[in-house]
Design a protein around this ligand. Structure first.
Ligand SMILES: [Zn+2]
Length: 288
C-alpha cells in the first residue's frame, strides 16, 4: 500500500515536471532596460521605456497575450510604441494582435511583409517596411534594424542598439548551438556572408538569439567559424570523392562538441551543407 502511494506521488511529480517542461514561459532581465521573453524554445526581446514599450517577435497569440499581461503587471500600463518582426516565419511573428495598441508602429523588412501577407499569417501586418537599414530613436536611444542579405526565411533582420552594445537576431544568429537539422530553411552561403558583414560592422558585447543561450560577440564569431569549418570539411570531402555517408562518419567538427545539439544534428548539418554546396556549384556527379 505504502509503495503504491509512493508510486502515485512519484507519478504526480513526474507529470508536474513534464508540464513545466512543456510550457516554459518567462521574462529575464538582460541589461539596463532590455528584457528577454521566452516561450519554450523561442525567444524575443523587449525594451521598457518611460513612455511605452518596444516589442519584437510575439511568437504566438497565447504567448503574446501572456507577455502583454506580465509586462503591464511588472512595468506598468504603457502603450506598445513599436513592434518589430525579425523575419517572416509564423512561429516567430504570429499573434501580433496580442501585443499592439492603437498607434503601434509595426515594422518589418519588405520581403517579410510580402511573405506574411501572401501566407495570411495570423498577426498584425506591418505599418512600416524597409529594405536595407532603418534607424529610429526611442526615448533618446538609437535602435538600428538592418538586413544583411539572404540567410534564413524572407527579410530576416537584426536589432542593434549601439549605445547598449546589444544585438538581437533570430535563427541565423546562434550561440553555442548548431543550426537547425538539415538547414533546409537556411541559405547556408548567405548565412556565412551575413555573419561576416555583421561581425565586421557592429561593436557589441551581448547577443540574444531567437533560439539559444545569450552570449558575447566572441560566441557569434565561434558560430561563424563553425559554419566555415563545416563548409571547408564538406568541400574537402567532395574533392576526395567521399560519399555523403562517408563524410557524415568522418567529419567530426569536434572543436564544437560543446555546442547544443552537436550529437543530434551534426550529421544532418553535414547533409544540409552537402546538398546546398552540391546545388550551388553544380556538382551533381558527387557520390551519394
Ligand atoms: Zn526559428
Amino acid at each position: 500500500m505504502k509503495s503504491k502511494a509512493f508510486a502515485l506521488i512519484s507519478l504526480f511529480i513526474f507529470c508536474l515536471s513534464l508540464s513545466a517542461q512543456s510550457q516554459e514561459r518567462k521574462i529575464t532581465h538582460l541589461r539596463d532596460n532590455i528584457y528577454r521573453f521566452q516561450d519554450n524554445k523561442h525567444f524575443s526581446i523587449f525594451i521598457v521605456g518611460n513612455s511605452g514599450y518596444v516589442m519584437t517577435d510575439p511568437l504566438n497569440l497565447e504567448a503574446a497575450q501572456w507577455l502583454k499581461k506580465e509586462v503591464v503587471k511588472r512595468f506598468g500600463k504603457k502603450p506598445v510604441r513599436y513592434l518589430i518582426y525579425s523575419h517572416n516565419h509564423p512561429d516567430h511573428i504570429s499573434g501580433g494582435q496580442g501585443l499592439v495598441d492603437a498607434g503601434t508602429q509595426v515594422i518589418a523588412h519588405r520581403r517579410a511583409d510580402n511573405d506574411m501577407r501572401r501566407n495570411q499569417v495570423s498577426t498584425v501586418y506591418p505599418t512600416l517596411t524597409f529594405t536595407d537599414v532603418l534607424k529610429f530613436q526611442f526615448e533618446g536611444t538609437e535602435i538600428e534594424l538592418r538586413y544583411f542579405g539572404e540567410n534564413n526565411g524572407a527579410g530576416s533582420i537584426t536589432v542593434f542598439i549601439p549605445e547598449k552594445k546589444f544585438l538581437f537576431g533570430v535563427d541565423w544568429v546562434l550561440v553555442k548551438r548548431l543550426p537547425w537539422k538539415e538547414m533546409y530553411n537556411y541559405d547556408f552561403e548567405g548565412m556565412i556572408e551575413s555573419l561576416e558583414r555583421l561581425l565586421s560592422l557592429y561593436d557589441f558585447d551581448m547577443v540574444a538569439p531567437g533560439h539559444s543561450v545569450v552570449g558575447k560577440k566572441s560566441d557569434l564569431k565561434q558560430f561563424h567559424n563553425y559554419l566555415k569549418d563545416l563548409r571547408q570539411e564538406v568541400l574537402a570531402g567532395m574533392k576526395k570523392g567521399l560519399s555523403l555517408k562517408q563524410m557524415q562518419d568522418q567529419i567530426s567538427l569536434k572543436k564544437y562538441k560543446h555546442f547544443a545539439m552537436y550529437k543530434e544534428w551534426r550529421k544532418m548539418n553535414i547533409k544540409g551543407a552537402y546538398d546546398q554546396l552540391t546545388q550551388l556549384s553544380g556538382r551533381y556527379g558527387q557520390p551519394k
